[in-house]
Design a protein around this ligand. Structure first.
Ligand code: CAA
Length: 291
């Protein structure tokens, strides 16, 4: 099937990046959020990120203008109804995601493919609550979406082949690379990445190293572009903790237990860059380690 119009639920970190890459690839995008303010901020952010690509000669000014012209916003979820493809990129909480799909169902087309950008929640379970588990998939982008090449495609137990093929074609049109993952907790990237981040927090918790020495070790000793604690702040410590809990609950193995120090940071509301404090304090000119 030919996918031309895309509805995106959520204008946060992931939603705005997804809108950016779809608009640039020629899709008509309608982005939804409950907050008008979040939508305005997302559009301004997309504009700034596209401008960065123009200034680095990655795209032309015309391509930027055309992409901006393809993005519309709405606070009314039902207006996403006519879309060929819907990507849910709301908060990583199952009840919220379920409620969004429930509200969408009466308004969508028979051919509409439903997807979730969840980083860890069961696709099969989300799909089973809709009227079309065969047209439901996990569509997992990495942050920052305009820069990261990979997209994980996750089939639920009922997902049919035409739906999978349609999404493969979409990923190709985006100029990205798809990795197929089976529907088990946290799929591939986060199954491997999050225990590494959690272990970095244990390394800090047990006093093996400081924030600075842990991050420097992985950057200079393993050629990672960011240290694990810096990356955790970038992803959001609440998201990291939520994913560890999904791994711990879903696989029932103590090797996935979240580090108590990670829980403490989240309890303090120190969630990383988005709240200006996490393993680093971002309120000054340069980030300062908080431990
Ligand atoms: N939009 C568009 N372009 C962007 C951008 C954005 N939001 N952010 C960065 N860029 C571009 C920059 O313009 C720059 O382009 P050029 O190469 O043309 O110069 C390039 O990306 C690199 O950016 P910077 O020079 O500003 O910074 P950097 O070299 O330090 O790289 C980074 C930044 C790409 C984020 C790099 O540090 C990195 O790769 N970090 C690891 C990111 C990562 O692991 N992401 C996955 C997280 S896990 C996940 O997302 C899954 C989940 O479910 C939690």
């Amino acid at each position: 099937m030919d996918i031309r119009t895309v509805g995106i639920v959520g204008a946060g970190q992931m939603g705005n990046g997804i809108a950016h890459v779809f608009a640039l690839a020629g899709f008509d995008v309608l982005m939804n959020d409950i907050s008008e303010d979040a939508l305005n901020k997302a559009v301004a952010l997309i504009d700034g990120n596209l401008e960065r690509q123009v200034s680095r000669d990655k795209i032309s000014a015309e391509a930027k203008a055309a992409a901006m012209g393809r993005i519309r916003t709405t606070t009314k979820l039902h207006e996403l109804g006519p879309s060929d493809l819907i990507i849910e990129a709301a908060t990583e909480r199952e009840t919220i995601k379920q409620a969004i799909f429930e509200d969408l169902l009466p308004h969508i087309q028979p051919h509409t493919i439903l997807t979730s950008n969840t980083s860890s929640i069961s696709i099969t379970r989300l799909a089973s609550r809709t009227d079309r588990p065969e047209k439901f998939m996990g569509f997992h982008f990495m942050n920052p979406v305009p820069v990261m090449q990979l997209v994980e495609l996750i089939r639920g137990i009922a997902t049919d082949e035409p739906t999978y093929r349609a999404l493969l074609a979409v990923v190709e049109k985006l100029g990205k690379t798809a990795a197929s993952a089976e529907d088990f907790p946290a799929f591939i990237v986060n199954r491997i990445l999050m225990p590494m981040i959690n272990e970095a927090v244990y390394t800090l918790y047990e006093g093996v190293g400081s924030v600075k020495s842990i991050d420097e070790s992985l950057k200079l000793g393993a050629n990672h572009p960011m240290g694990p604690l810096e990356l955790a702040d970038f992803i959001g410590l609440d998201t990291c903790l939520a994913i560890m809990n999904v791994l711990h609950d879903g696989l029932a193995d103590t090797k996935y237990r979240p580090c108590p120090l990670l829980t403490k940071y989240v309890e303090a509301g120190w969630l990383g860059r988005k709240t200006q404090r996490g393993f680093y304090d971002y309120r000054g000119e340069t980030p300062v380690p908080t431990r």
